[in-house]
Design a protein around this ligand. Structure first.
Ligand code: NAP
Length: 254
């Protein structure tokens, strides 16, 4: 009997992952490579060599690109060129930043810089990749949302606004592109041990408070998020559109 290929297999697919040099993006990139995808990895800093090497060891053909996605003019030109040269089947909008301060003292920079990267860059990348995917009649876009796509959080107004917007954008793009064979979905990670949450983990009171509310009884590791990305990037998710998939150890169930 001929072997049946797994509906989760990504062989022959090219996946672009932003913010792939660290944390969740790095874990997603390796998860996709493990499922058979080739990779176009992006980062702001020059830190992609280790993840590129690991992905290549998993069998992926890997291209890397260093780009400041918060630089509007630079990203517009570079993204069009990159996507023309590399027709991606999967886009993972993972790059994101967070700034913490009380709302009444929140600076313009902490507002605009977060929105620029977390929302504007994600929209522009989705628009550029989505246009090409619609023309080809297939593609998967996976946005990285957050618990703060559902909740208000504390001291992070620009982050919460950006992640609520990402959930809305996911649904809006899904509604337009589902009929064209393009799936737009999001993953909402819970509390993951990465640079984004270092300040929380360094605060013993906040850290204990968060941990006590997680039914799974532990913070997530970046690798906990990778399987959801593989699923949403794969043919197994062909009929999944506009969904925000929580990978949160049960946080939202409380
Ligand atoms: P992280 O390791 O700090 O990852 C953030 C990534 O964004 C880095 O790879 C970084 O690239 C990239 N980035 C930052 N500024 C950039 C810019 N101007 N241009 C291009 N790339 C830029 O933290 P993380 O927790 O894995 O965050 C990844 C995503 O998960 C973010 O969207 C975050 O909001 C989301 N998330 C995290 C958690 C959590 O608990 N950790 C929970 C929910 C959602 P460089 O390495 O080059 O700086």
């Amino acid at each position: 009997m001929a072997p049946t290929s797994s509906p989760f297999a990504l062989d022959g697919r090219l996946a672009m992952v932003t913010g792939a040099g660290s944390g969740i993006g790095r874990a997603i990139a390796l998860g996709l490579a493990g499922a058979g995808a080739d990779l176009l990895l992006m980062s702001e800093r020059d830190n992609l060599a280790p993840v590129a090497k690991e992905a290549a060891e998993l069998g992926a053909a890997v291209t890397t690109a260093q780009l400041d996605l918060a630089d509007r003019a630079a990203r517009r030109e570079a993204v069009e060129e990159l996507l023309d040269a590399h027709p991606v089947d999967v886009l993972v909008n993972n790059a994101g930043i967070i700034r913490r301060a009380p709302a009444a003292e929140f600076s313009d920079a902490d507002w605009y810089e977060v929105i620029e990267l977390n929302l504007h860059a994600a929209f522009e990348l989705s628009r550029a990749a989505g246009r090409r995917m619609v023309a080809r009649g297939s593609g998967k876009i996976v946005n990285v949302a957050s618990m703060l796509s559902f909740q208000g959080g504390l001291l992070v107004p620009s982050y919460t606004a950006s992640k609520h917007a990402i959930a809305g954008l996911t649904r809006a793009l899904a509604n337009e592109w589902a009929a064209h064979g393009v799936n737009v979905n999001a993953i909402a990670p819970g509390y993951v041990a990465t640079a984004t949450t270092a300040a929380l983990r360094d605060d013993p009171a906040r850290s204990a408070e968060i941990l006590a509310r997680i039914p799974a009884g532990r913070w997530a590791e970046p690798a906990d998020v990778a399987g959801a990305a593989v699923f949403l990037a794969s043919p197994a998710a062909d009929y999944v559109h506009g969904h925000v998939l929580a990978v949160d150890g049960g946080w939202l169930a409380r």
